[in-house]
Design a protein around this ligand. Structure first.
Ligand code: SAM
Length: 211
């Protein structure tokens, strides 16, 4: 299901310019990737960058690196000495992201972990200020349950694809991913430890703030 009017999307992109040459290059290089739609893209990338610049995090956790586009956007708001830890299951994809990070000014601040996020997150033990959940949809609830208890008041979680291509809008949900996202959205809705707002950007972005 096309969720956003393509004309509105182009208009918004026009008025939210992405002027970074490396990000533009990564976007172009990913055009032939079979899963190119996974890349956040200029509009959402700019929004992630803004959230990071507003919150000025010391520790960012990103679950789902892909080719590193969103990592580079998020890393821009880090305070001096800050770190972004990004997790990617595929070794092949992580190698592409690593090469992209090497070309950036933020390379030294980005720590890429290759493997299953479920196993890596408990070993990191950082006081996350900003968390971006953007990996396998069936893992969202587990990732959330893992990170929320350790968050300080005011810490922010952003969860991508919470409209799951419109599939969560159907009366009868089909497929494990749509069902997992619906369960995640319900869980966050009823979690009194956090404030939340769902933005109908791209494939849906849920903003969650620890009280
Ligand atoms: C939607 S893409 C991430 C896109 C990226 N955040 C961006 O906005 O450009 C999801 C990524 O999560 C990775 N992934 C899937 N399951 C994972 C897991 N259990 N642990 C870590 N990474 C995982 C996939 O290999 C894929 O590269």
């Amino acid at each position: 299901m096309e969720l956003i009017n393509p004309k509105a999307q182009s208009y918004a992109e026009h008025f939210s310019p992405q002027e970074d040459a490396l990000l533009n290059q990564i976007e172009l290089e990913t055009l032939n990737h079979p899963e190119k739609q996974m890349l956040s893209g200029p509009l959402q990338g700019k929004l992630l960058e803004m959230f990071s610049q507003i919150t000025r995090p010391r520790y960012i956790l990103e679950i789902g690196t892909f080719v590193g586009y969103s990592s580079l956007c998020l890393a821009r708001g880090l305070v001096p000495g800050g770190e972004l830890h990004t997790l990617e299951l595929s070794g092949e994809t992580a190698a592409v992201a690593r090469a992209n990070f090497k070309k950036s000014k933020t390379d030294g601040k980005i720590i890429l972990h290759t493997g299953n996020a479920l196993e890596i997150i408990p070993k990191l033990g950082k006081p996350w200020d900003l968390v971006f959940i953007d990996a396998d949809k069936t893992g969202y609830s587990d990732y959330y349950r893992m990170v929320v208890p350790g968050l300080k008041s005011g810490a922010l979680i952003l969860a991508d694809n919470v409209l799951f291509h419109g599939q969560v809008l159907e009366k009868k949900l089909k497929g494990k991913n749509a069902k997992a996202i619906q369960a995640f959205n319900e869980m966050v809705l009823h979690d009194s430890r956090v404030e939340k707002v769902m933005i109908t950007m791209r494939d849906g972005l849920l903003l969650i703030r620890k009280k």
